[in-house]
Write a protein that binds this ligand. Structure first.
Ligand code: ADP
Length: 302
């Protein structure tokens, strides 16, 4: 069945992305809470229909590590995209001052299984692996969203954004300066996975913008510098795992199958981890930080 706007009751805003807003909605016929993303695109109806057709493949992306897709529709020049509501939000806001190693292992395991599923079952390369695109719920589940399935959608979004936090692999940064398509293989996602792991471990992006004079200097550091590493207090095993992801030469990076066999993830499989408890704590800490920020902003104004 197809979802349309009349069936939805709109609730609060969950966040703003680079391309539009995400709202919590209730699908009235089924009583299912969903997250609805609004993407404004200045395209004609034929192109918008093309995007909806391309998004249809998402109905087959059903796996425990993938945010479920419920459907999409367009109104005027906006595409509305409905997906599973993840009640703890995205990892970038939950990582705080950095997640402990056992949590990092659990999250990484989900990410690798999700990425492997997309590639093996649907021949999809994610193309945008980063903590913002890893969503969490209070059950402790960790799922990927925002992967590139629609060429047309990607093309329409590409113009609008070059972020100052690049998770792009060196070959992609280099490739894009030569042609606009860039060269993208599955190993570019493995780089982004490694970089995301370091960000989650540190609690901030590993090439902090304030260290560099400009975006060019920052990208140069990614392309020409040594790859970043996990901090010292992480185990040799975890540091080795990340190093296997962050090879500057793309074909030296580990495959998903190799990563799943790595002691870092094998060890995770043998441990029991109370993820719901960690999520609960991380959500509370996040909400306290937000309250403090609001308070500080109010103090500054008065
Ligand atoms: P971006 O464009 O930066 O990737 P998004 O537009 O995808 O960001 O999302 C913006 C914010 O909305 C996210 O940071 C997240 O907190 C929230 N969000 C997105 N999708 C969901 C979802 N399925 N469930 C709950 N929150 C979500």
């Amino acid at each position: 069945f197809a979802i349309n706007m009349d069936q939805l009751h709109l609730d609060e805003e969950l966040g703003k992305g680079n391309y539009g807003t995400v709202k919590k909605v209730l699908h009235k016929p089924t009583k299912v809470a969903m997250a609805m993303k609004e993407i404004r695109l200045e395209l004609d109806d034929a192109k918008l229909n093309g995007i909806l057709m391309e998004l249809d493949i998402l109905h087959r992306a059903v796996a425990p590590e993938i945010v479920e897709f419920y459907g999409a529709f367009f109104i005027e020049s906006c595409v509305y995209y409905c997906m599973e509501y993840m009640d703890a939000g995205s990892l970038d806001k939950l990582q705080g001052d950095g997640v402990p190693e056992y949590v990092l292992a659990r999250i990484t395991g989900s990410m690798v299984r999700g990425l492997k599923f997309l590639k093996d079952e649907l021949q999809i390369i994610h193309r945008d692996v980063k903590p913002t695109n890893v969503l969490v719920n209070r059950k402790g589940q960790v799922k990927l969203c925002d992967f590139g399935v629609s060429g047309q959608l990607e093309k329409s979004l590409a113009k609008t954004n070059i972020g100052c936090q690049s998770y792009m692999a060196p070959e992609r940064i280099r490739g894009e300066s030569q042609n606009n398509l860039g060269t993208y293989t599955v190993s570019s996602d493995v780089w982004s996975l490694g970089l995301s792991m370091i960000e989650m471990a540190l609690g901030h992006y590993p090439y902090p913008p304030e260290t560099y004079a400009n975006v060019f200097a920052q990208l140069t550091a990614i392309v020409d510098g040594d790859p970043p590493e996990l901090p010292e207090h992480f185990s040799e095993t975890s540091r080795d795992f990340v190093a296997r992801c962050l090879h500057k030469i793309s074909d030296r990076r580990a495959t998903y199958a190799e990563l799943l066999r790595h002691p870092f993830l094998v060890g995770d499989g043998q441990r029991s981890v109370d993820m719901p408890a960690w999520v609960e704590k991380a959500v509370r800490a996040r909400d306290a930080r937000i309250r403090n920020q609001i308070q500080a902003a109010q103090n500054a104004m008065s």
